[in-house]
Design a protein around this ligand. Sequence first.
Ligand code: GAL
Length: 840
Amino acid sequence: MGLKLVMYKVLVVVLVLLCSWVSGGTASVSYDSKAIIVNGQRRILISGSIHYPRSTPEMWPDLIQKAKEGGLDVIQTYVFWNGHEPQPGKYYFGGRYDLVKFISLVKQAGLYVHLRIGPYACAEWNFGGFPVWLKYVPGISFRTDNGPFKAAMQKFTTKIVNMMKVNKLYESQGGPIILSQIENEYGPMEYELGAPGRAYSKWAAQMAVGLRTGVPWVMCKQDDAPDPIINTCNGFYCDYFSPNKAYKPKIWTEAWTGWFTEFGGPVPSRPAEDLAFSVARFIQKGGSFINYYMYHGGTNFGRTAGGPFITTSYDYDAPLDEFGLLRQPKWGHLKDLHRAIKLCEPALVSGDSTVTPLGNYQEAHVFKSKSGACAAFLANYNSHSFAKVAFRNMHYNLPPWSISILPDCKNTVYNTARVGAQSAQMKMSPVRGGFSWQSYNEETASYDENSFTMVGLLEQINTTRDASDYLWYTTDVKIDRNEGFLKSGKWPVLSVLSAGHALHVFINGQLSGTIYGSLEYPKLTFSKGVNLRAGFNKITLLSIALGLPNIGPHFETWNAGVLGPVSLYGLNEGKRDLSWQKWTYKIGLKGEALGLHSLSGSSSVEWIEGLSVAQKQPLTWYKTTFNAPAGNEPLALDMNSMGKGQVWINGESIGRYWPGYKASGSCGACSYAGYFSEKKCLSNCGEASQRWYHVPRSWLNPTGNLLVVFEEWGGNPSGISLVKREVQSVCADIYEWQPTLVNWQLQSSGKVNKPLRPKAHLWCAPGQKISSIKFASFGTPEGVCGSYREGSCHAHHSYDAFYKYCIGQQSCSVTVAPAMFGGDPCPSVMKKLSVEAICG
Ligand code: GAL
């Protein structure tokens, strides 16, 4: 062999090695600047987050199927460390935490998985996913260049990776996992921490890559992610984002479909038109992987909600609602978007793109491949006005803040602001109320052998280790007979400073006041005149934690509970500081220790029945039994008549409830056009932040289900009812000549050679039928689904076709053409059809 040949061969080997290193291993999954490459093919991949513990295993197949029907290729989830390792070295992978089962179901459905091992998750999950015991590992400091933390992180990450390998779940082994994630949004932390932050993120990257999963890793919001890790974007918009190396693909790991709700806050939602617009913007700028965070948000069962103050519902305004039902039109509008994008895939993954301005706020993004594929995106960024643009000798009308997709560079099949999918109004119909309740009074600070006395005030989390939300603090206060206030009647003022999150103050067993904070301000100050008597008085504080923080620099060090000072003002001596007295502590409630939420525990005490059942009384346990309602609609408890507490069914915790905390904020009209933020489209102001609490069907037996409620504030249990969630009505809002993919397919197949009218499609849920038409108007109707009204132009026969084709049917379609509604009511005006049909 000549020297040249040897050198050539060496060069080839080096190049191959280099390429495979850059593209994340020698696996069947790699990447280049354009896309993730699966089995040799560049792919435009649509992904959605479904967090397995936020639903039940019985719900998983249906959620995954609906995700697939919605046009998803990938399911993304975090791995929830605190669920899997509740105690050091004691692992749990059963029930809602059966990760292997979840991933296997995704595989069975023919979808891929993006596994975000973290193990830091954030996710509004208790402690961001870290087990509380981790905080007590000697010398630990979270998410930085710290030996004990890195050792624990490596151990858990390796455990998960090995588990995936043993079950052959990586794509390189024929499994569904095509991507992984290490850490989560570490960039901002690294910036704050400086050198140790940089050392840690480098270490994390190397540690992950060293696990040889055979599929690429990402780091989200991490601009300096070291090769071969791909840095990715999270946000409401990510079109501006570029990866840190030219040979990495542009990935959006969290396209926020809405936002989370906190107790005391209004409920956010994000218009489908704006979400679709943001996705189309990302694709037209060369993006090739989008993950909806969340696609199904689900429920923070038990005490899994983080924050603090995150609601039990993690609905997120996601395309699948908390209960697993389609949220329309969001689900359908995105499904249509995905089909339009997939039609462009050949041009997107192999083509070069050019951008041409079409006006001040308009541009065309054109992708052309060598094989002749051409796809175009025509964008109008103006959030106020329509734009008429010329593109390749044709004219296109672009609604404000929208993108039209032309998979053949000629015909529009989709516009992000023109929703062809139906909308649906949901209702919560009572199926059972008037439960016959029994009650049991939780004693105020029932101290027992587990209580202990110390000098001074203790931090709550260090004391409870998060075994319960509740920590009792009690101290004695001796009041001398000669105290002036005993004669003047001017009560001394008790002042209590607490690090959070809620507090009840009892004087001699009587509730004297309740205060609580918020996600933004968890700290509390109680200050009130208190009725003390001569001799010994008991001051009892019940401090309540509402989920541990999940985000922020060193959130593991944030305190909760009564840290003081605790003082009495207005005594003869002036102020008396109680902070350094002896305090007696008890972790948790007596009812918790007795296991009153469970079948066996609840029968261990005497409950009060009938007319003497406690009403509006703080610290009360309630129980009842009921039979499962027929049908398979999702169920919920309407807790609006209650204040604050927790609820269980057959021993399973539904979560914390708090309808007594009313949402404050500014709710109002919401336009899809213009940049969205989580503060933009809010509802429920002045009402409970969360009224309904999901009861998974699979937790019920046919008869004799035990429902247990612990009420802290005092509520009216006779107002509690079980409701089912179902479709109340469906609506369509279709413009005449609105482009549709189906019509384009008919035309491009040559079957039809004239312009086609769109159709309005209406579907009620399986088992339902359209019982009446609440509204129909072809012309210039106004309003939204649920509250349409006629505009100045209205075709008088607007209802006829719907009466004829829809009543008594589960679904129907009507062509949006003047002839269907008795002729054109206002020629030369742009018209649309709005229709609302009642399902029953
Ligand atoms: C992101 C984070 C997610 C989630 C989201 C807000 O920054 O990565 O885990 O917390 O914010 O819902």
